[in-house]
Design a protein around this ligand. Structure first.
Ligand SMILES: [Cu+2]
Length: 68
């Protein structure tokens, strides 16, 4: 299990939080997703077999930018 923290630009409200949580949570190997609007971070607990790129893609598919 690994904990990855991504900085995401463009999230502004609860709708965004839900969209990101749902998209990332649907990926195989994800056990938890925590979005913090204030710090613009998405903390993901996931299996080491799940590549960080896959998580980034899922967030960017929702229309947000992963900047860190
Ligand atoms: Cu929003």
């Amino acid at each position: 299990m690994k904990n990855s923290i991504l900085v995401v630009d463009g999230m502004s409200c609860e709708h965004c939080v839900k969209a990101v949580e749902t998209a990332v949570g649907a990926l195989a190997g994800v056990s938890s997703v925590t979005v913090d609007l204030k710090t613009r971070t998405v903390a993901v607990e996931h299996d080491t077999t799940l590549a960080i790129e896959t998580i980034k893609d899922a967030i960017e598919d929702q229309g947000y930018d992963v900047i860190g």
